[in-house]
Design a protein around this ligand. Sequence first.
Ligand code: SAH
Length: 346
Amino acid sequence: MKLLTDYNLAELKELVAALGEKPFRAEQLYQAVNMGKDWEHITNLSGAFKAKLAEEYLPVGVTIVDKLTSKDGTVKYLFGLSDGNIVEGVVMKYRYGNTICISTQVGCRMNCAFCASGLDGLVRNLTPGEMLGEVIAANVDLGGNLKDRAITNIVLMGAGEPLDNYDNVAKFLRLVNAAEGLNISLRNISLSTCGLIPGVDRLIEDKLWVTLTFSLHAPFDEIRSSIMPVNKAYPIAQVIEAAKRYFEASGRRVIFEYTLIKGVNDSEACCKQLAKLTQGFPSHINVIVLNYVKERGLKGTAREQANDFVAKLNALGASATVRRTMGADIEGACGQLRRKYIGKNA
Ligand code: SAH
């Protein structure tokens, strides 16, 4: 089955025309699909037309299988895909609006030493319409619609490496940005990458000006290679160069993620080198303390030491903050909810 959420309005118009229906039917269909409606809830199209479409297409590609709400308002979703796979998403509530963190792949090939998503390798890429489906499902669930959205910001920081699924991610960005759809500005979308440099250059070529976030996690190649296998292909110097290129092309400050792992990347030498690496162009360092992942065994740096690390970065002239933990009571660690659900972490 194909997903109607994979289609933009122009493509839906072609599809509708090929089926012998009037063009305005495409707009009706598009709105219904972007509101997460299943066939039975799409009431403005004829039964015959719906039946014809239903032979080949699904209007909803993502359903909410489970949902946990934290005391601080953070909502964690388990999304079901049409082939039975499951991915996670999280909605965080901020003063300026609600941000959804979505997955871009089922599993991940990158196998970072601290991350739950790569434990079983890559299962498959998500399609653009499935990524959009995560946003649609949460938007509707939280009472939003196309005009009055419950989701205003997106971060591609769930399971998966977005730039390892470039074409689908690029189409997703255009779909979710479409004025006639959810109309979420690229400025309000953060894309986080472990540093697949060719993908960064494709973003530049395609002028997709998101907030680009690099998972740096270590300022020395030896350490970074030991926790992020991708560093062997694209070492730190290349990551920094790519970050600079993206800034120069987009005018947008880049973000570096730095997850503090006890005894691995939290030394004074690391702090100094990190400040040095990120000097000379507008950037910000998001420091976060590692979430414990049982199967990985690594531990987070103590909170107080994390605060000192950031204070030292600031004293060295680097813009840096410790990211606040949200939804701690429901989250466990990144990626753990899905594993529990699929029975791998009972
Ligand atoms: N593949 C992308 C995006 C997914 S992960 C990337 O690498 O950026 C989003 C962020 O969470 C990344 O910075 C990642 O390194 C971090 N992360 C993964 N596992 C974590 C854990 N157990 N604790 C804290 N951060 C983690």
